[in-house]
Write a protein that binds this ligand. Structure first.
Ligand code: NAP
Length: 487
């Protein structure tokens, strides 16, 4: 694409070099936009796959579906890839797509302010960068949630959050793992064989469905996939079929949902023989209400003699362990916090000010909201990729990130063609969308009576309650009536 004297080449800043940021960079360049910089606060690309390095880390989405269709990798080593393998995929991709020259690592954006029809971004390194468009690909599960346990600071041993793992040798140690989400189950299962004793502290038990997570992908499968004449199409198809299946389960209360939920009950019933343990492991809400946990060995490992499952609430930490509400003291050498994330922080703590000085904290005082997951009223020429209401619980996020980036590209093109200078979604369109979301959320499984990280502080479920057709329609059709432009 050549930039003619009558066209303008938009200056674009992508914030975040995780999965969404990489997708955006690739899509923009494919469409002929090369004037972009990716600012990443971490020392490496990959987002969650850079920050999370805890033992047992593995993707719970099959590798073949957890990749970009534009960069198919047929030869995954495992059917469910390990964290290291996914990170290697990201590294290979950065090199293959030649994105290094656009990338600034260790560069945290501290503020982004919109004035005089352009964004000015400031970074921790003291850089000031002007941009016509800002694309926030800052992730969802990024800020670790540290529970407020009285006395935790006084504990003598190491306390580590799974998303900030440091190398601690747990061999022969008495270990406490707090949290029963996907992370807690993975890290517990990985540490149990080497620990002298391991205690899993659960505020709420989770349904854990058995899957052969350690299964290797036979080489022949890789060779056959590589031989496919249309690898990209095959990945897209697998992502779409997988997404449609999951969407159907979570958004509609059908017999298909009930069948899948039954599997959770069968796993618990057949794999945990001890009745008392099984009772404590049994959740009082439906499978899939929280993000479904998959594991190949959790129920076996929690049943081992060196393991225990404690459902009494933690009252306090002492210098030698944790005391539960029943006044039992649990002596431990190390505490692992698998307590999740502040999932609705999005771009924060960055200072973000849009039109007329509007701050994102004020705009989102009642929780994060964005039209179609991407456009925020009051913030012209700023788009999120995997922003509020993204389908983290139901669809291929690589697919959604790519589609959103293509949608943003349509605005970049109109800027380039001097058709618009700024574009901002209306408050009315965003409210309409939020109302539709609230209505569609009612019959979803996420709304069947559990507490999960899907809920924001205002008790809205921050997910996508529609099917793929609606998503495609929103992000591929023009919606000029929903936007305000300046030319
Ligand atoms: P999470 O699902 O939010 O789980 C946090 C856990 O910490 C919950 O069990 C929670 O209990 C517990 N907790 C929080 N504060 C506590 C306190 N004060 N005392 C006791 N327990 C406390 O977080 P996560 O496990 O890190 O998973 C987050 C998401 O990351 C997953 O849902 C998934 O989407 C993603 N993930 C994906 C993979 C993958 O393989 N792709 C792997 C790991 C994670 P309550 O349930 O009572 O709130």
């Amino acid at each position: 694409m050549t930039v003619t004297p009558t066209s303008r080449d938009p200056r674009i800043v992508i914030v975040g070099a995780g999965m969404a940021g990489i997708a955006a960079a690739h899509v923009f360049r494919q469409a002929g936009f090369t004037n972009f910089t990716i600012l990443e606060k971490g020392s490496d690309v990959g987002g969650v796959w850079h920050w999370n390095r805890y033992p047992g880390l593995r993707c719970d989405v099959p590798s073949y579906g957890y990749q970009y269709a534009f960069a198919p990798k047929p030869d995954w080593k495992h059917v469910w890839a390990t964290g290291d393998e996914i990170q290697q995929y990201h590294h290979d991709l950065i090199a293959h797509l030649q994105l290094e020259s656009h990338l600034k690592l260790g560069c945290e954006v501290t503020s982004a302010v919109f004035a005089e029809n352009r964004w000015r971004l400031s970074t921790t390194g003291g850089d000031e960068i002007d941009a016509d468009f800002v694309v926030a690909a800052t992730g969802i599960l990024h800020h670790p949630f540290i529970p407020d346990i009285p006395g935790l600071d006084a504990f003598d041993g190491p306390v580590v959050h799974t998303a900030r793992w440091t190398d601690i040798d747990m061999t022969g140690k008495r270990v406490a793992v707090i949290g029963t989400g996907s992370t807690g189950v993975q890290v517990f299962s990985a540490l149990q064989p080497e620990a002298a004793y391991i205690t899993h502290f659960a505020r709420t038990p989770q349904w854990v469905m058995w899957m052969p997570m350690g299964l290797k992908q036979p080489r022949i499968v890789g060779r056959l996939l590589r031989a496919l004449p249309t690898q990209e199409k095959a990945v897209r198809l697998s992502q779409l079929v997988g997404s449609d299946y999951l969407v159907d389960l979570v958004i509609r209360p059908t017999w298909r949902r009930r069948m899948a939920q039954r599997y959770g009950w069968i796993c618990l019933r057949t794999m945990v023989r001890d009745k008392d343990l099984r009772a404590r492991l049994t959740p009082d809400y439906q499978p899939f209400c929280k993000r479904q946990v998959l594991s190949g060995n959790y129920y076996r490992r929690i049943s081992k003699p060196n393991a225990s499952f404690v459902s009494e609430p933690i009252a306090e930490a002492t210098n030698t362990g944790l005391r539960t509400a029943d006044d039992v003291h649990h002596d431990v050498d190390a505490i692992v916090l698998a307590t999740g994330f502040q999932a609705h922080n999005y771009m924060r703590p960055m200072t973000l000010r849009g039109r007329d000085g509007l701050s994102i904290d004020d705009a989102w005082a009642k929780g994060p909201r964005a039209w179609g997951m991407t456009a925020i009223p009051g913030f012209p020429n700023l788009f999120t990729v995997l922003g509020p209401n993204s389908p983290t619980g139901s669809m291929s996020l690589q697919h959604v990130a790519e589609l959103t980036a293509r949608y943003i590209t349509t605005w970049l093109q109109r800027f380039r063609d001097s058709e618009i200078t700024t574009v901002e979604v209306t408050e009315e369109a965003t409210s309409r969308f939020a109302d539709d979301v609230a209505e569609a959320m009612v019959p979803t499984v996420w709304n069947t009576g559990c507490n999960s990280w899907y809920f924001d502080d205002d008790n809205h479920i921050d997910l996508w309650p529609f099917d793929r057709k609606r998503l495609t329609r929103m992000l591929t059709e023009p919606h000029d009536d929903d936007y305000i432009f300046t030319a």
